[in-house]
Write a protein that binds this ligand. Structure first.
Ligand code: ADP
Ligand code: MG
Length: 727
């Protein structure tokens, strides 16, 4: 995994098995956690910290609570065997006011380490024994130790916290640790960072500030409040993943270390994006000259919005350069991105070259094919469709058209990626609903042409900061205006008890000739213990929707079956489509006026917004009904945001705020590297700071080739190679 930056580092990058005390078995356990080298181990960061200084007097300790009692051992008793056969070790201790019992089961080591007359912190669960308070199987820390914060690590069965701690301690003691630093000194100085070695030491073995260790709980409470008000340098950096027993003291103690580590993650990633951008700008692309926008505009069945016109101008201007365009087209659902994309394809066509559009699902690809054919074929373009569901023979045929340039524009799914698709002269690559693809996939399709222009369409409004992270190497065009006459979808939050009323309303809409979606969160019952889409569909077809046709759409259906279901819904052979979130992106069926979302509280805001965007696409009023089994205040609040807000950007910000970035796009779909420490939803200030820092660095040394940047460059390349696109 690790790249070797200089000879001295070799030790840190040797196998974890070479470490004292790590045998074959423990090595395997470490491998389970993705830890292969000594360096990996010190990058295995604590999940939280035990704070031994946070003591409570034994008489006020709640039975069954976990807490820290400070006490002097007064007596150790003879071990005995309990009925269960467990060996019980007990000692008595005194906390200055009251006595208590310290009990261990089958743990002679801990017991032996206790010395009569010595004062310890005991961290464990309080119970009572013969009417006397007892602390059971506590973790022990001698008073006076300067390690009152103990790191708590993510573990795997067979590997204990103490094992990790011991091994980490050994690695941190290696003289080579002094050489882990990869940022130039001036840089560390400029941003007030801890040196990396110090940060690593501190994150694993944080030192409690001398004063806070002495404070009584009450005092530290006051301090905590003041700290929160004090405008500290690092105060914008919020601590994350710090659940458990963390006190403010623990958070304060590791704050500079975590800040440094999060800074590194964000800086390295953003440097990578900027270097990509830089690399892109060194390539040569086909500079388009022939402009034919009027002909295109005149052929459309509607007038472009000003936002669409502006985006097209920006795109045309970028495609006129001999540097590849690398642009994100961002716009809320229904803002009309497809018409903009078509304009770009038309420009490529006028200039005698091919374009390609890739969609994340078969359904979307098919729909794009249909729409874009209607836009572009009247202008003389030949549009081809390449999908996974074609027979091998059909695929070969389409590929020949692409190879010989008979197809001017190709639409498809991932099949486009496959090696055997060769273009004659591809000059424009468009990807739709981009957040589903990683940066790597973006790069892969682009490599099909001789550095083509690239346009990325995203229907997920992304808060600016997140956009910088995800699309950091792209320029952005925004469609911030919906076509005229669009009506806001009326949204309601409803308790499942009123489901009957909702069904009645849907029946009304159906009778008027409109279509309805019913969205359920899971495909099969085993997933979340909920009814599958199919069971649901069968039931309502027999009961509430007798006389109407109910169809299903879910992720386990084949591409062809999904297409068929969508076609039948579009052609009104199906009146109600019961679906999972497969319909989430881009589906455009204008007579669908109602969407009912079951267990709506399970979806994120952005997802709900996406789903809701599927309706009200025609001239009729659209209705979105969010149904929940169990109203509570959180759900009420969530629903009310959806009811009141139709602006996708605002919704996205809410989503990011409430769920964090990882959840924002759904796991593994976001194309982000797995940040271990940085949380881009709460560390916005740090994202911006590192962005500026990265920009300054790249400006002075575009590819980090200067000697003093070589270690940093190594880090950036390592991140790319290890799948920085979420692979
Ligand atoms: P999205 O940005 O969500 O992909 P689409 O491109 O699918 O939006 O457009 C949504 C619908 O609006 C389509 O039916 C499209 O034909 C229509 N449309 C696009 N631009 C305009 C416009 N300027 N005026 C009216 N309708 C438009
Ligand atoms: Mg779309």
């Amino acid at each position: 995994m690790g790249t070797v930056y200089n000879a001295v580092m070799v030790n840190l990058y040797k196998s974890i098995g070479k470490l004292k005390g790590v045998g074959v078995k423990r090595k395997q356990l470490y491998e389970k956690l993705g830890i292969l080298t000594a360096y990996d181990l010190i990058c295995h960061f604590p999940r939280s910290y035990l704070d031994f200084s946070k003591t409570v007097p034994v008489h006020s300790a709640e039975p069954e609570s976990v807490c820290v009692i400070k006490g002097r051992v007064t007596e150790k008793f003879m071990p005995y065997a309990a009925k269960s056969g467990r060996k019980v070790f007990t000692a008595s201790a005194y906390d200055g006011t009251d006595g208590f019992i310290v009990t261990f089961f089958n743990n002679p080591y801990a017991f032996d380490s206790l010395l009569i007359g010595t004062e310890y912190y005991f961290y464990g669960k309080i119970s009572s024994f013969n009417n006397s308070p007892q602390i059971v199987s506590p973790q022990i820390m001698p008073c006076g130790s300067d390690e009152l914060l103990r790191a708590v690590y993510p573990l795997t069965e067979g590997l204990t916290n103490a094992m990790i701690q011991t091994n980490v301690r050994d690695v941190l003691a290696m003289p080579e640790l002094a050489d882990v630093e990869f940022l130039p000194y001036e840089f560390i100085d400029k941003y007030g960072l801890l040196p990396l070695a110090d940060a690593l030491r501190s994150v694993h073995f944080p030192k409690l500030a001398a004063s806070s260790a002495l404070q009584t709980p009450k005092e530290s409470e006051t301090v905590r409040k003041n700290e929160m008000r004090a405008p500290m340098t690092l105060s914008e950096f919020s601590d994350i993943n710090m659940g458990g027993d963390d006190t403010s003291a623990a958070q304060q103690a590791v704050k500079p270390a975590r800040y440094r580590l999060a800074f590194d993650e964000l800086l390295v990633f953003q440097l990578g994006l900027l270097m990509l951008k830089q690399r892109n700008q060194q390539q040569t692309a086909y500079a388009m000259t022939e402009q034919g926008i009027e002909k295109y505009v005149n052929s459309l069945p509607f007038t472009l919005t000003q936002a669409q016109e502006r985006a097209i101008r920006e795109i045309y201007s970028a495609m006129g350069q001999n540097v590849p365009m690398n642009r994100l087209l961002q716009g809320d659902v229904g803002s009309g991105k497809t018409a903009v994309a078509a304009a770009a394809c038309y420009l490529a066509f006028l200039n005698g070259s091919q374009s390609a559009l890739m969609a994340p699902t078969e359904i979307l690809a098919a729909q794009h094919y249909e729409t874009l054919c209607s836009f572009l074929e009247p202008l003389g373009m030949t549009v081809a469709y390449l999908s996974g569901s074609l027979t091998p023979k059909q695929k070969t045929l389409v590929r020949e058209e692409i190879l010989y340039g008979k197809a001017d524009f190709v639409i498809g799914t991932h099949a486009l990626f496959q090696k055997d698709t060769v273009f004659r002269n591809l000059s424009l690559v468009i990807t739709d609903e981009q957040h589903r693809f990683g940066v790597g996939q973006r790069a892969m399709l682009a490599s099909k042409g001789n550095s083509p222009h690239k346009l990325v369409m995203s229907a997920t409004p992304i808060p600016r900061t997140l956009g910088l992270i995800i699309y950091g190497e792209l320029d952005i065009s925004v469609l911030d205006e919906l076509p005229k006459g669009r009506r806001k979808v009326e949204t309601y939050g409803i308790s499942a008890r009123s489901r009957g009323r909702v069904y009645a309303f849907i029946r009304q809409q159906l009778s008027a000739g409109y279509g309805a979606y019913i969205v359920c969160p899971a495909i099969d019952a085993a997933d979340f213990g909920m009814e599958s889409v199919s069971v649901y569909a069968k039931r309502i077809e027999k009961e509430a929707f007798k006389g109407f046709n109910v169809g299903v759409l879910h992720g386990k259906m084949s591409g062809a079956d999904k297409d068929e279901a969508m076609r039948r819904f579009r052609d009104k052979e199906i009146n109600v489509l019961v679906a999972t979130t497969v319909i989430e992106v881009g589906i455009d069926i204008s007579h669908a006026t109602v969407m009912m979302i079951e267990n709506a509280e399970r979806f994120g805001f952005s997802q709900l917004h996406q789903l809701r965007g599927r309706i009200g696409r025609g001239a009729q009023q659209g209705y979105c009904i969010l149904v929940t089994e169990c109203f509570n205040d959180d759900i009420r609040e969530k629903f009310s945001i959806m009811v009141e807000t139709s602006d996708g950007f605002k919704i996205a910000e809410e989503d990011l705020r409430l769920r964090g970035a990882g959840e924002f796009f759904g796991k593994k779909q976001h194309g982000l590297p797995g940040f271990k420490i940085a949380d881009i939803s709460s560390d916005l200030a740090l994202v911006n700071l590192t962005r500026t820092a990265a920009e300054e660095l790249i400006e002075s040394d575009p590819f980090l080739t200067e000697e003093k940047h070589s270690a940093l460059r190594g880090k950036v390349l390592e991140l790319f190679e290890n799948g920085w696109d979420g692979k």
